[in-house]
Design a protein around this ligand. Sequence first.
Ligand code: SF4
Ligand code: ZN
Length: 291
Amino acid sequence: MYRDPENGRHLCREHFLADIEIRVAETIRSRNLIVKGDHVAIALSGGKDSTALLMILTKILPSLDSVRLSAITIDEGISGYREDTIRSADRLVVRYGIPHITVSFPELFGGTLDAFLKGREPEACSVCGILRRKALNGAAEQAGATKLATGHNLDDESQSVFMNVLRGDLPRLVRDSGSDSQGRFIPRVKPLMFVSEKEIAVYLMLHGMWADLPECPYAVHALRGEVRRMLATLESKHPGTMLNLMKSKAKIEAQCGGLLMKETVNRCRECGDPCSGEICQFCKLKKSLKR
Ligand code: SF4
Ligand code: ZN
């Protein structure tokens, strides 16, 4: 029996699983995240969130006409961490019969993340994020996908809201929504954005799919880690904190969204990718990478 701390509901196994799937289907429907005819590429790291995302989408999408699913795994080259999750991703796609592409940083960028980060470990997540975005977009385009689905959950999303507030980054706070389709790359969608990390863990356990995978060794350097711990404490003392952060963001978005629509999207002078300035973040970063 699962007790929902926010509203005190008690759910048996069947109702808990159905509740999660219905909520994800409702997020997809109400925000038009996935529509008839879409080819959805799932960013499958093999970790908990993307595993649950794949399981839920394979369950609920057949009700949407002619939607195709595939999976993309990025091997960043993080020793002692990525090997296990990649094995897990490989097993999952075989089990669910989903076409799968794996691309690695060495083949795309000439070196592993471990090598690029020597001496600049505190920047790990921003370097990793820029390279992974480039890799995912390239692979999704190659696969002919029309949407790129990521496993970001409610905890991730509320942490991002809080971090953008802490950094005073209003444009990113508003732009970073459940569906990023402002003419940039293949639109990204986050169907799990209202499902908490805890619910995802329970969902996987009830399916016998829980695996205690290692944490990324670079996670300790991230501001996100501190925000994560703080929000988790607040959520356990005051259930609903994370959802309230998302609601605050939606209100700010409703007030300021129009301003950001006026932002122009340029093409990077060096690689031609969409970007807001003259040179994209990837091209700026690439010059400083040690191989
Ligand atoms: Fe990349 Fe940071 Fe995530 Fe590790 S924790 S996989 S470095 S974004
Ligand atoms: Zn570029």
